[in-house]
Design a protein around this ligand. Sequence first.
Ligand code: SAH
Ligand code: SF4
Ligand code: F3S
Length: 433
Amino acid sequence: MPKVYIETYGCQMNVADTELIRGHLSRSGFSAVSEPETADVILLNTCAIREHAEERIFGRLGALSKHKNRRPHVQIGLAGCMAQHFRDNLLDKTPHLDFVAGPDAYRKLPELLAGDPFVDVRLDKEETYADVQPERGEGVRAWITIMRGCDKFCTFCIVPYVRGRERSLPPDAVLEQVREAAASGYREVVFLGQTVNAYRHGDTDFAMLLRAANEVPGIERIRFTSPHPSDMTESAIDAMAECEKVCPQLHLPLQSGSDAVLNRMERGYSVAEYLALVDRLRAAVPGIALSTDMIVGFPGESAGDFERSLEVMRRVGYDSAFMFKYSSRSHTKAGKWQETVAEEDKGERLQAMIALQEETAASINRAAVGTEVEVLVEGPARRRDDWLAGKTAHFKTAVFPANGFAVGDTAAVRVADATAHTLIGAASGEDVR
Ligand code: SAH
Ligand code: SF4
Ligand code: F3S
């Protein structure tokens, strides 16, 4: 049996794709290994979102190529977004690469691995892998891709070019995966898509899918990522509010707090519209935790534009944020524009933004001290023996004394202390499930 080693980079959709690839390859006679040393096939499932991500992967590829020295039969390949990005010249540029498979080509991996060096980067606007059973990782959380691709074409973003057009899985296939996850012992499902709330298949929209998933026994928590603010319909908000398993937590990427910048990003909403959406969400789902993605140093971002980003972040008060320096990407509209913010200024803006976010997160978490939270236990805490770690419904990491609880339990935990990233608890001793 040939052995496959896979390393995954990028977003959760890539993590879920790796589970699909694993499932597909294992049914085709391959077995998975967790180290490259014994592998016959080494596969990197890659990300192209920023230049830095790609540089890391090229570096890793060089390091892994040494496995061919003593074992020349080893095949090394790239899958995912970067494979798609460099489709035209990867095999020429990278001599130790044997195969390149874009995000819509995984079905053919087994046959192709049997042949000569190959590149398959055709994007297929129908491919959803709806019938491919993933081989999920261990844990309490199952990732379920419900839609693929993106039609938004934000001017900074490479995703639509490397993932192709938006397409949704049939609701039956999604719900079957939810039931199968519950039967395998997972307690939480996370629906995935680059614009996950744009989900639509026939007459079924995103809100209907949430409501149907809410009825599946055995699953206690439902989350989804990433929703696009423009697709956050009233019916989706109502479904969030009314489905008791849908967690009071939303990742709602803002990108910039300046209308001028949002316009050039072609994000499709203004700051006022975004803030009105936040108000509606907070009215419908009291106490909802919000997180965001922000970009600093987009072409044309003035010092004033950047201040507006900080202002909106202060105003919303995000529980957490992913913050990035703008990285110019080929294919994209903004990639053809002159960059106007020096690397050094981008760095300073990013540091200032991170500092603000740390303060905000610390103060939100401090306010939770003295309250009781429900923690779905994921495993041992990293830093303390006999402590456990898990997530609250608000998707905050919490650690607490084990007190007889085990992975998969939902523990009521009194928050005794907090940092910007972690709630520190004392268990009340009661299983609230
Ligand atoms: N579909 C999601 C975003 C997916 S990409 C959405 O629209 O919200 C994840 C994040 O990477 C983006 O939200 C953005 O903040 C960041 N990102 C994307 N392209 C980038 C680029 N060219 N430079 C820097 N950050 C980028
Ligand atoms: Fe990229 Fe915009 Fe699509 Fe998100 S919505 S994946 S940022 S193009
Ligand atoms: Fe990266 Fe592709 Fe995800 S570019 S962020 S792995 S969709």
